[in-house]
Structure formats: structure tokens, C-alpha cells
Write a protein of this length. Structure first.
Length: 421
């Protein structure tokens, strides 16, 4: 019998004679559609892939039906089956094994390959997908981004020896700067890539392209940034400011209010700028604050627990279930500014205050005096009876002077201190 040459994958060859292989005879297996057994019997990944798509290719089974039988996504099966029908057995092998033998990388013209290398040379940070998009705009051919990466990093020398365009600040002619941006955008470069290449901000690129779209060639010329409308501050307004500025107690806010009473609307910032120019021109003095005698704290403690202070604040914005404001009742010591007791309460009646005060007394004992404002909860009959029973002297701050019991100082420090979680 004449010998018949048969080929297996990856170049292996065997000789067939009358349907039998030389050497020991293999044990015959029963045919099966059980995917777990087929996976065990396959020798190479390409063989397993073919067994996965074989029902789709030979028997036109749908990818959804096959995906239910084996543990492979439906979209992968459909894509692999389409590639097999298009490329045949070649689609089962990775492009790296055949030196990039896929159609999209083999059939790329030399000018596209050179463009990919040049773009990567000009801007290495440009993405592979953007380079593929530029190839599509230039040559109506969009290569796969993986093939773009392979070509760009293959070591092929670029045709460019230097940048085509200098950075924005190195081009003296404004029209040439803008024209370079327009040309790059026409080639398919993105706004981000142009901004990185020209070493300028993205808003500058946006403004340049917008002027080109709206004005055309006229948008290439550099435009003056001088004020186009009439100035709001005239010489007469400046003169009125000079007259009022003779009063050294007028600052920019009072100057703006004084001009408003005269029917002249000028912002405090503009008033400050005019006043500063007048000082330099006429040698006027800057307004000085009138000296004020420092007020002494009426309830300043010289020893611990000499004076306690109590105050109630409310919080409108919080994360509690009830959206109503909640109250913070606090008792603190004037000598050390230490918070002795505090509680959050939905109400601010006398019992809420007395509960906080009783907690502070239980921990630290009774003070010599308690300082509060004129709130009714601090002067209820039950509260006065407690003060008298424990020998606590009741002190009251003046109306509208919360600083006298350190409340403003304490809560300002707490407000400006970041929370420690």
C-alpha cells in the first residue's frame, strides 16, 4: 500500500498506512458531547477552542445554546466563530505565534506603519486608540490598538528628526501658533494631546478652535484685550472719593456707602483701589482704628472651680432622624475652659439643663459660682433651690454680651478645630 502523508498542527507529521498508525495501537474512546471529558482529552489550547466552536461552525448552533453547555461567554464564542469563518484555522492561533499574522496587522501599508511610529515619537503619551483613530482619519484604515502598540514599540526608526511644531510660547507669531493647533486638530489629535504637545492649557486650545470655527482666518489674528466699554469710574467720581477721603476714619466700605447716598454706585473694592491711588498721589493718611480700651473679663477665674459657665446652643443641620433643630447644653469651667458636662437634647427646658448640671456636679463637685445668661431655665424655682442647697452663687452676664462667660470663645475654638474621628 502506498504511504499517505498526513499533517497535524504545529508542523508535526505522521505516516498513515491503511488507516493505521505505526507503533502501539491506541485505545478507542467512545464519542461524547460531555465538555468536561473533551477538555481532558484536548492537548493544546487551539484544539480546545476548536472543540468549543465546532457546533457553531459545522451544525450552525447558536452561541447562546453553546454557552449554556460550556463555561465560555456567549460573545466570545460568537466572535471566535466569526473569525474562524473568515480566516479559517489561522484564527485559532494567537497573532504573536505567527509574527502578527492576523489580517489587520499583516496588511497594514508601510505609510500607516510609519505614521504610527512618527506619532509615538512626537508624543509618547498619546494613547494607542487615539493613534488608531488618526490612522483612520488619514488613510481610512483603523488598525487594532494592540497592533498599534506592537508597531510603535518594535524599534522601527521614525522619519522625523525633530518636532514638527515648537511649543506655544516659543512660536513668536500668534497666527502660526493658532495654525499649528488647527492643523493638529484636523489630523485627528485630541484636545488633551494637543495641549500636552504645545505645552499649554486645554482652555487655550478650546478658545483657538472656537475662534477658527466662528471667524475663520480672521480668528488667527491676535485681538486686543483692552476695555471696549466706557469706564465706570470717571474723574468726577475720583474727585468725590478724594474729598470724602479727607476724613481718616472712612475705609472702603464706608466710602462705598457714602457714595451710594450720593447716588454713585461703586463697589468697596473699587473704592479701595481709588483711595490707594489718592494716598500715593496726594500723600493722604490711611485710616487708623480708634484706640479702644481692652475690656476685662468680669468672671475671670483665678483658681479651679471658682466660676462655672453654662450655655445652650442649637444646631439646625444635622443627620438625626428628626429634622427639627436640636440643642446642645454645655457646662464648662472658666479657669481651664474644660467642658465638664454636655448633652444633645430635642428640648431646652429646665429639666434638660438640670440633668447636665447634676452630671457635672456629680463628677467634679459644686462650684463657687455659676455664670449664665438670662434664660428662664437657669432661673426656674427648681434651679434656684438647687443653687441655694449646694451653696452655689448665681451670676448673670449682661444682656447681649455672651463673651462674659467665655461661651463665644469656647465655641469658636471648637468650630475652628477639625474633628478627630
Amino acid at each position: 500500500m502506498p504511504a499517505k502523508l498526513g499533517t497535524l498542527k504545529r508542523g508535526a507529521v505522521i505516516w498513515e498506512r491503511q488507516g493505521e498508525l505505526p507503533g502501539p495501537k491506541r485505545a478507542r474512546r467512545e464519542r461524547t458531547d460531555e465538555w468536561a471529558k473533551i477538555q481532558q482529552w484536548t492537548l493544546w489550547p487551539e484544539q480546545e477552542l476548536y472543540e468549543a466552536i465546532r457546533p457553531l461552525v459545522l451544525f450552525h448552533e447558536t452561541a447562546g445554546e453553546r454557552a449554556k453547555e460550556i463555561d465560555i461567554p456567549q460573545r466570545t464564542l460568537s466572535r471566535k466563530a466569526d473569525e474562524f469563518e473568515k480566516l479559517g484555522m489561522q484564527s485559532l492561533f494567537s497573532s504573536e505565534e505567527h509574527g502578527g499574522a492576523r489580517e489587520s496587522s499583516l496588511t497594514l501599508p508601510s505609510e500607516i506603519r510609519q505614521l504610527i511610529v512618527d506619532l509615538h515619537f512626537e508624543l509618547p503619551s498619546m494613547s494607542w486608540r487615539e493613534i488608531a483613530e488618526i490612522c483612520y482619519i488619514r488613510y481610512d484604515r483603523r488598525p487594532h490598538h494592540k497592533h498599534v502598540k506592537r508597531i510603535a514599540t518594535s524599534g522601527h526608526p521614525p522619519s522625523l528628526q525633530a518636532r514638527r511644531y515648537q511649543p506655544w510660547h516659543l512660536i513668536p507669531d500668534p497666527a502660526e501658533r493658532k495654525l499649528a493647533v488647527i492643523r493638529l486638530h484636523a489630523e485627528g489629535w485630541s484636545i488633551t494631546s494637543i495641549a500636552q504637545y504645545m505645552q499649554v492649557s486645554r482652555p487655550t486650545i478650546y478658545d483657538t478652535l472656537q475662534c477658527w470655527a466662528e471667524e475663520g482666518v480672521a480668528g488667527l489674528e491676535e485681538k486686543s484685550r483692552a476695555r471696549k466699554g466706557p469706564r465706570k469710574v470717571t474723574l468726577s467720581i475720583t474727585n468725590e472719593v478724594r474729598k470724602l477721603q479727607e476724613n481718616p476714619l472712612l475705609g472702603k466700605w464706608r466710602m462705598s456707602a457714602a457714595l451710594a447716598r450720593m447716588g454713585i454706585e461703586v463697589s468697596p473694592t473699587t473704592c479701595g483701589r481709588i483711595m490707594e491711588a489718592n494716598r500715593q498721589l496726594y500723600g493722604l493718611e490711611k485710616p487708623q482704628r480708634a484706640p479702644r480700651e481692652k475690656l476685662e473679663m468680669p468672671f475671670k477665674a483665678v483658681r479651679r472651680h471658682q466660676f462655672w459657665s453654662a450655655d445652650i446652643r442649637y444646631i439646625e443641620e444635622h443627620l438625626l432622624p428628626d429634622p427639627k433643630p436640636v440643642y446642645i447644653i454645655t457646662v464648662f469651667e472658666n479657669f481651664s475652659r474644660c467642658v465638664l458636662a454636655s448633652a444633645i437634647s430635642p428640648t431646652q427646658n429646665q429639666w434638660d439643663f438640670l440633668a447636665v448640671l447634676a452630671e457635672a456636679i456629680r463628677r467634679y463637685g459644686a462650684p463657687e459660682a455659676l455664670v449664665t445668661d438670662g434664660g428662664g431655665q437657669f432661673y426656674s424655682s427648681q434651679a434656684l433651690q438647687l443653687y441655694d442647697m449646694l451653696g452655689i452663687r448665681k451670676e448673670r452676664i449682661e444682656a447681649g454680651e455672651p463673651w462674659q462667660n467665655y461661651a463665644e470663645t469656647l465655641f469658636s475654638i471648637m468650630w475652628n478645630t477639625p474633628a478627630i474621628l
